[in-house]
Design a protein around this ligand. Sequence first.
Ligand SMILES: [Zn+2]
Length: 426
Amino acid sequence: MFTLLFVACLLFGVLIRLYLASRQVRHVVRHRDQVPAEFAGRIGKTSHQRAADYTVARSRLTTIGLVFDSAVLLGLTLLGGLDAIDSWLRGWLGDGLVTQLALIGVVASLLGVLGLPLAAYRQFGLEARFGFNRMSWRLFVTDMFKGLAVSVVLGLPLIAAILWLMRTAGSAWWIWGWAVWAAFNLAVMLLYPRVIAPMFNRFSPLDDPDLVARIQALATRCGFALDGLFVMDGSRRSAHGNAYFTGIGKSKRIVFFDTLLAKLNIDEIEAVLAHELGHFSHRHIFKRLVFGFTMAFGVFALLGWVAGQAWFYEGLGVTPSLAGGNEGMALLLFFLVAPVFTFFLTPVASWYSRRHEFEADRYAASHADPNQLVSALVKLYDDNAATLTPDPVHSAFYDSHPPATIRIGRLTAAGARLPSLTPESA
Ligand SMILES: [Zn+2]
């Protein structure tokens, strides 16, 4: 029964994704030769066509990845891949926790290696073709090893702790497991800006005095204290621009990608930051954190239950050894298979995220100049070759950010309702 449910959901999920991808490609191709009226004069036809081609190429690559990943998942589960790796390791290492840890390590390495060709093609084929790649092969390989080192140093102790709890803490192990997981996540969030991110990028203090003054004024106006303004050398890897915030409480650390600073003028940067501050003011990050931790509690409860059910393993092509201990197998199966079922929640998550984007845009429109935000968005859509004409159904299903026309349309409306701007931005 469970096998049937799993296969049905996997198949249905793949079909939905293929359908949405084909809708997206057809829609973008159909509108390839016509810049939408709202953007006429702001985005050239060549740019518009480049965005269309980039969107189509990315969609095709994603589809290939999807089919590949589904085949790998079937190979590992129903076709006996996990079972074979498990019995090989058991024969070699016995029934201890080390075997369970090794099982996770072997499967994670296998998935990493299988994913490499597509990741390399994405960077050096697709991104390079559209002029976005700034990475050398050397940097790609260095990144890979650094990423591996970080996952081993951080991930191994976490997984070992959870496996140990599963074996020793009794039937309520999952509550402890969740607590360890939550503490680990909070620690990583604190470590990330100061320890992990600097391993991959250089951060230097923002040294443009005019921009610093403008951002300070904006932050004061919005009631935030700044814990530092930094520029990150994002251009080492990609031409795509971005900005982000880190920090907990009222004290914020702002990080600009150098690629963003190169593209936007001072007024536009202020408007983009006002949008980001809007996310903070509406406590979006905090809400997502609480939501994520609550969801994880439910996920751990479910894992705690299915880990002791023989049908869960047998239904996915694995011979369970519930008495001999198969904690690693339980974790692996659960986290490999869960996305097959949670995929159907994607539109809800996307809708929730778009709602937050609208709220942040409204906030930006009242604390900075909405026209500058529109102007910044148009530049970013253009530079990132983001399509202005996504398929509405595809967009409603996947997009964490609202489509360009709707987003800018709302901003224009908000701007019209806000004739008096703050003195700084007027
Ligand atoms: Zn946003």
